[in-house]
Design a protein around this ligand. Structure first.
Ligand code: 5AD
Ligand code: SF4
Length: 450
């Protein structure tokens, strides 16, 4: 559906765009793809809203906080829009999909609301506003499984994200994703392979495959293909050095896939597999479809087959009904598994989800205290685990100059540790060996070695 109202009467061609992204990696990649399309259409990217003719926010709805931030940014544009009514303001992504028309009601100075499956039509939608007026709503379930990618446009030449599936059919009770990202759709192996091949021809060494629920990749495709099949095909691509994939759902993570990963040389020893809670009672109410012991066994199996595999997780604290005892079980799981790192979120009720019908009965104060407790616990674990690498040599893909010290390089190990090390820019894009001599909870520091 594309609807239009209000004429802007604007004939001038606007060709600068300011783009800000909130939320997950998928959103960041969608932003990259959108900017690639806009650049091909003649747009120049600018860093300040004052210099832009088109201002776009790619939004997230996973938690209320992310939405509040976008609404506050949009509110701040009211004055600018009064001074320069020809500027086009657009809201893209999950919040656009979720709130639709209501965004125009709350923020009448917004011109474009473009949902999660329509961004490939951005240049056309913007032109539509220029020619016919503002308040363009485009939130249909278009089939954007494949977006033509300008491979040369990406933040890092040696590393790239590739979407392999979109949407989620899991309906965890707290999660808005299935409602704003739609049903699962997978790209074919041939399409993904073609994109990865062209990235590799453009210098890319490492790819991260993205999917909201990546373990169910292939569902709906002919021939019963799986993520394991896709990984096996990509593993054969000459010139590609490393393959990662996120995000794994424990209930959809098969042992067969773990066996496949263990025999593929390019697939890195890293899993992002959110546990969300360490309490069976809470997991059931979250509708996660697994128990804590199932999760524990899965990790043991992965660690048995893939030595040195690192596991990262997400946890939600303060889910409705989470008692102190439930929370202590989460603490225990964290202590036991010793994740590489964890993202901890305070439960945020999302209208339309199953959990929104449950009383949000854990106070914000308790949510905050539980959040802090897990963050501190994880920080200690990450530091201890990272310190174990001091004196060891790790393989790093040098990605570029370090942000914190531009005289140094930074990159990642196969297990996804961030490493800062000395070395000239000539090493960028190469796999190098680094001897680790210092470690914090977030970063390893070292020197190049043979
Ligand atoms: N409240 C808090 N955290 C949430 N997440 C998803 N939905 C919610 C919510 N309603 C977290 C989960 C997920 C991560 C991307 O965001 O931990 O893994
Ligand atoms: Fe949300 Fe669950 Fe789907 Fe992840 S698996 S996107 S948490 S519904």
């Amino acid at each position: 559906m594309i609807t239009t109202s209000h004429n802007l009467n604007n004939d001038t061609l606007c060709k600068t765009v300011f783009f800000e992204t909130f939320g997950c990696q998928m959103n960041k990649l969608d932003a990259e793809l959108s900017l690639g399309l806009l650049q091909e259409d003649g747009y120049k990217i600018v860093d300040a809203v004052d210099e832009a003719d088109v201002i776009l926010f790619n939004t997230c709805s996973v938690r209320q906080h992310a939405e509040d931030k976008v609404y506050s940014h949009l509110g701040a544009l009211k004055t600018l829009k009064k001074k320069r009514p020809e500027v086009i303001v657009g809201v893209l992504g999950c919040m656009a999909q979720k709130d639709g028309e209501a965004i125009f009601k709350r923020m009448p100075h917004v011109d474009l609301v473009c949902g999660t499956r329509m961004f490939s039509r951005l240049p056309e939608l913007i032109l539509n506003i220029r020619n016919h007026g503002s308040h363009v709503l485009a939130i249909d379930e278009d089939h954007i499984v494949n977006v033509k990618r300008a491979v040369a446009y990406r933040p890092n030449r040696y590393q790239a994200f590739v979407t392999v599936m979109r949407g989620c059919d899991n309906y965890c009770s707290y999660c808005i994703v299935p409602y704003v990202r739609g049903r699962e759709i997978s790209r074919t192996i041939a399409d993904v392979k073609e994109e990865v091949q062209s990235l590799v021809s453009n210098g890319c060494k490492e790819i991260t495959l993205l999917g909201q629920n990546i373990n169910s990749y292939g569902k709906g495709l002919p021939g019963g293909v799986t993520l394991g099949d896709l990984l096996s095909e990509l593993d054969d691509l000459a010139g590609l050095e490393r393959i990662r994939f996120v995000t794994s759902h424990p209930a959809d993570m098969s042992r067969d896939l773990i066996r496949t990963i263990s025999r593929l040389g390019k697939v890195c020893e890293h899993l992002h597999m959110p546990a969300q809670s360490g309490s069976d009672q809470i997991l059931a109410r979250m509708r996660r479809g697994y128990s804590v012991s199932y999760y524990r066994d899965l990790i043991s199996y992965a660690r048995e087959l893939i030595p040195h595999i690192m596991v990262a997780s997400d946890f939600i604290v303060g889910f409705p009904g989470e008692t102190d005892a439930d929370f202590q079980e989460t603490v225990r799981l964290m202590e036991e598994i010793r994740f590489q790192n964890c993202f901890i979120f305070k439960y945020s009720p999302r209208t339309g989800t199953k959990a929104a019908g449950l009383k949000d009965d854990v106070s914000d104060e308790i949510k905050r205290a539980r959040n802090m407790k897990l963050l501190e616990l994880q920080k200690g674990i990450s530091l201890e685990e990272n310190k174990k690498l001091i004196g060891r040599v790790v393989q790093v893909l040098a990605e570029g100059a370090s942000k914190s010290d531009t005289n140094k390089l930074s990159g990642r190990t196969r297990q996804n540790h961030i490493v800062v090390f000395n070395g000239s820019l000539d090493f960028v894009g190469r796999l190098v060996n680094v001897l680790i001599h210092e470690a914090t909870d977030l970063t390893l520091f070292g020197t190049l070695t043979r």
